[in-house]
Design a protein around this ligand. Structure first.
Ligand SMILES: Cc1cc2nc3c(=O)[nH]c(=O)nc-3n(C[C@H](O)[C@H](O)[C@H](O)COP(=O)(O)OP(=O)(O)OC[C@H]3O[C@@H](n4cnc5c(N)ncnc54)[C@H](O)[C@@H]3O)c2cc1C
Ligand code: FES
Length: 460
């Protein structure tokens, strides 16, 4: 028999209960409280349709975290998880930020995208608790294999020593996509969960991640990262920063969220899009780029989600895979007028800057949306003005130069206004990276990155 709370939540969404199974039209959900061979049978019979699901209800949150670990994924193939402890409170519990780990990730692929971007796929179980928009810091070069004593004695170290200048400090990056064991990359297109139950549901923890990075001209770190290759081991720390619990938005009456990203600023917003879609929010995406060509994969096989690899576009295919409708995807190109992009309505393509396209959209839109933006500082400042004038609450994801990533060095500060009106500097790595736009004082006197991050070298 299902706990009464689950029965009430399901009944609210029109699901009919039969013992430990809930049914609505052609959808069925079966509940379990322990591993069972039936979970694998459900996944096998359902294939990729997501019409028949298994939900495992653990007694406590800690027990649920244990069960959804990647190493147990084969025991619960394609199952979702919930904890009785959280269900009994009747509302989603606010979880503390996950503990920071220092670890070595394994590179799966490092693929060029467009003219200046790369997509790095890597395996790192330690990031499984990362909740968007948390980020991580990584070395830009792989861990070097230690030389054996014999090699040193034979003088081989002369050839083995890598004399390429190596930045001392790690670089901060956001996760662009996470992959859950047994869940296909585009599962959100088909997943249709009872809306009242989704705040209490969790996917199996991810262990594979994608990040998208821009190779900066005349920079030290990102050009070196392009040399990373499959099998390399890279040192990282994370998850860092504060998670943003999208489940809380419903309590504020928000049903629709607009994500506005400028260039590579869109990359860390994609995991937020996935979280919003999982929790059944309506999502509209506004992407600002230089040219459509800059979204093309250089290697067709790199396109993970494109139905036709030759027609695949980075970001756009991520949005489609996350179940965002083509009519809700808007693209602005500031250099050349945008040509056709597969499946996007032509009226959603705009020649100009993305804040301008968003301003025009808001002029005709209705409802009570909120917006989240990430991109160049000037773009976010303009977005703050547009949203203030339209009465749309805006959150900004700040990307500052970082030294430590854990709140110690104060190289990432942003001037903000506290609720009592006083001004102070907040650490983006500790208090951020997501802030309410109304709290940001854009004339940040320290916004110019210090030329010396830690005092140990002119460029570290
Ligand atoms: C939370 C967070 C998430 C991020 N996510 C991504 C991501 O998903 N993809 C991505 O491509 N980049 C992301 N960045 C930015 C990324 O960290 C920088 O592009 C990278 O560190 C540059 O390293 P570099 O060694 O190549 O540049 P450096 O040699 O250190 O600097 C080259 C030039 O770039 C400028 N610069 C360096 N870092 C930044 C920065 N953070 N903001 C503004 N200017 C900077 C420097 O002032 C300098 O002029 C993120 C940053 C933060 C803080
Ligand atoms: S990077 Fe050191 S305090 Fe933020």
């Amino acid at each position: 028999m299902l706990p009464i709370l689950i029965q009430n939540l399901l009944a609210r969404d029109g699901w009919i209960l039969r013992g430990t199974e809930a049914v609505r039209k052609d959808r069925r959900i079966r509940f379990f409280n322990r591993p069972s061979p039936e979970i694998a049978a459900i996944a096998r019979h359902d294939g990729q349709r997501f019409r028949h699901l298994a939900i495992v209800i653990a007694s406590s949150h800690a027990e649920m975290e244990r069960l959804r670990a990647p190493k147990l994924a084969d025991k619960f193939p394609r199952a979702l998880f919930a904890s009785l402890e959280e269900l009994q409170t009747g509302h989603p519990v606010e979880l503390p930020p996950p503990a920071i780990a220092s670890f070595t990730a394994t590179v799966i692929a490092n693929t060029p995208v467009g003219d200046t971007h790369y997509q790095l796929a890597f395996q790192a179980e330690e990031l499984r608790h990362l909740r968007p928009p948390q980020f991580f810091m990584m070395d830009v070069r792989p861990v070097r294999a230690p030389l054996g004593l014999r090699a040193v004695c034979r003088g081989k170290w002369r050839d083995a020593v890598d004399r390429t200048p190596q930045p001392l400090l790690k670089r901060p990056f956001g996760i662009c996509r996470d992959f859950h064991p047994h869940f296909p990359a585009d599962y959100l297109k088909r997943l249709d969960l009872p809306t009242s139950l989704t705040p209490f549901l969790y996917l199996p923890a991810p262990d594979r991640f994608d990040m998208l990075y821009k190779v900066l001209p005349d920079a030290l770190g990102t050009p070196l990262m392009t040399r990373l290759k499959r099998g390399d081991r890279v040192h990282m720390i994370g998850p860092l920063g504060q998670p943003f619990d999208v489940r809380r938005l419903r309590a504020d009456g928000i049903e629709e969220v607009h994500l506005v990203g400028g260039g590579v600023g869109m990359a860390p917003l994609i995991t937020l899009i996935e979280a919003l879609r999982f929790h059944a929010f309506r999502v509209k995406v506004f992407l600002g780029i230089a040219t459509v060509q800059s979204l093309r994969y250089r290697d067709e096989l790199a396109a993970t989600f494109g139905e036709k690899p030759r027609d695949a576009y980075v970001y756009v295919d991520d949005f489609l895979a996350a179940g965002v409708a083509p009519a809700d995807i808007f693209v602005s190109c500031d250099v050349a007028p945008p040509r056709r992009i597969r499946r996007l309505p032509p009226e959603n393509l705009f020649h100009g800057l993305v804040p301008e396209q968003y301003r025009r959209f808001l002029a005709t839109a209705c409802g009570k949306p909120m917006a989240i933006t990430c991109g160049p500082n000037r773009m976010m400042e303009v977005m703050a003005d547009i949203c203030r004038d339209a009465g749309v609450p805006l959150k900004v994801l700040l990307e500052k130069r970082m030294g430590c990533g854990i709140g110690v060095c104060f190289s990432c500060v942003q001037k903000v206004r506290r609720p009592d009106g006083a001004e102070e500097f907040a650490r983006v790595c500790k208090e951020g990276p997501l802030f309410d736009a109304k709290d940001i004082l854009w004339n940040n006197h320290l916004s110019k990155p210090p030329s010396v991050a830690c005092g140990c070298a002119p460029r570290c």
